[in-house]
Design a binder for this molecule. Structure first.
Ligand SMILES: [Zn+2]
Length: 419
């Protein structure tokens, strides 16, 4: 059965905006995108592809504000200590809240690095499309394999949810562990070159991270990118990439390494401003990621879009360093490319999956709409999301979907961490 929606504008992302546009789909697959009236019409709204979040941790959805203002190493230690107070059930409660907030914000796909595997269950239950990368740590591939299998046993897969693996970072995992992860033939994601603290530890064995020396791998005498150089390739998604110089950017591009750009997280933690313009100019596949409320309260992809614009324009001192259309691509089609999913999602075209969101701009200064892309990027917010559809099914509708149970159990888990 064909379903269709129409609005003042449709933004297909890989084609020009359509005024008075509609999108139709059948059995979860987009069949038509054009101009005209759909079964249901949204006045004052824009229909766009569901946002693709290139980096999240659903399990940290209520970790907001922990150790705010502390250096990266001390901040990390607080998060590890508080996480240890939780049982799996509480991690799952928080992950459900993360999945709910994602859908309510217009996100339809997330690339989630998961400590316990709970993110996979949460995404399956709430109908969020996800690649869930199960985190492993340490120097020994045999121990990493055990960590992976433990989490894997409780992490379900579905038509929407795929399981991957995440060697955490070059300062917590050895190259042997990275090689083991890359040998599995599943999606692999890591954190790379996030902070200067990380380079300081890897090069010299000093700096704030040394306080966590018990969980770190020994210094390598090289920076973060140099440390991972032997394993960098198109199958290793790298979040952050803030501390990268020109030669390292060239290397990332030459190896076709996908990058998740997380400008709010990098700013809140004082890690810096990633060289987004240079990464894109070099041809790197870059997608936008919110990271988690642990470092970027709240889980709001629209704030992330705008921060990407502000940070890039400020860093380059040019208003065209990142235009609204470029920012929207970072959060949709480019993020899908970074995940290798661009044939299925990331744009509204016949043949792709029906993942879309409807954004109202009626309460914003962009109403009535002049340029729909500018209005969407600068006027978008979770409060404006009217409906979010994943694989042709409505998973969030404003005023109808509130998940009260999800919210109260997640709050209880946060209360436990604060006790
Ligand atoms: Zn992360």
């Amino acid at each position: 059965m064909t379903t269709s929606l129409s609005a003042d504008w449709v933004l297909p992302v890989d084609g020009p905006p359509l005024e008075g546009g509609y999108v139709a789909w059948d059995d979860g697959c987009i069949t038509e995108v054009g101009t005209g009236r759909g079964d249901r019409h949204y006045q004052g709204c824009v229909i766009l592809p569901g946002l693709v979040n290139a980096h999240s941790h659903l399990e940290y959805a209520v970790y907001a504000g922990f150790a705010d203002g502390e250096p990266f190493g001390a901040w990390l230690a607080t998060h590890i200590a508080r996480k240890r107070t939780l049982a799996f059930e509480q991690m799952l409660a928080i992950a459900r809240r993360g999945a709910a907030d994602s859908l309510a914000g217009g996100i339809t796909t997330t690339a989630d690095y998961s400590f316990s595997g709970a993110a996979a269950t949460a995404a399956c239950e709430l109908g969020l499309r996800a690649v869930v990368y199960l985190e492993v740590f340490g120097s020994d591939p045999a121990l990493a394999q055990e960590q992976f299998q433990t989490a894997r046993a409780r992490a379900p897969e579905s038509e929407l949810v795929r399981i991957g693996i995440s060697p955490h970072a070059p300062y917590t995992c050895s190259l042997e562990v990275y090689r083991f992860c890359l040998s599995l033939g599943i999606p692999v994601g890591t954190h790379l070159a996030e902070s200067a603290n990380e380079d300081e530890w890897l090069e010299h064995g000093t700096g704030p991270l040394a306080a966590n020396a018990g969980v770190l791998v020994p210094p390598t005498g090289m920076r973060s990118v140099g440390t991972l150089e032997p394993v960098l390739g198109p199958g290793l998604l790298c979040a952050h990439c803030v501390q990268v110089d020109a030669a390292e950017i060239a290397l990332l591009a030459e190896r076709d390494v996908p990058v998740a750009h997380c400008p709010r997280s990098n700013a809140v933690l004082g890690c810096g401003v990633a060289p987004l313009a240079a990464l894109r100019a070099a041809g790197t596949r870059v997608g936008l990621g919110t990271d988690s409320p642990a470092s970027t309260p709240p889980l709001d992809p629209w704030e992330e879009l705008r921060t990407a614009v502000y940070a890039s324009r400020a860093r380059e001192r040019r208003p065209d360093a990142l235009l609204a259309a470029g920012a929207l691509r970072l959060a949709t089609l480019d993020a899908a490319r970074a995940l290798g999913l661009d044939a299925q999602i990331g744009a509204l075209t016949p043949g792709r999956r029906a993942d879309l969101t409807v954004l109202s701009l009626t309460e914003t200064p962009y109403d009535p709409i002049e340029d729909p892309t500018v209005a969407t990027v600068f006027g978008g917010s979770p409060a404006g999301i009217m409906e979010t559809i994943v694989d042709g099914r409505t998973r969030y509708r404003q005023g109808e979907t509130a998940w009260p149970e999800v919210r109260s159990t997640a709050s209880a888990a946060r209360r436990r961490m604060l006790a």
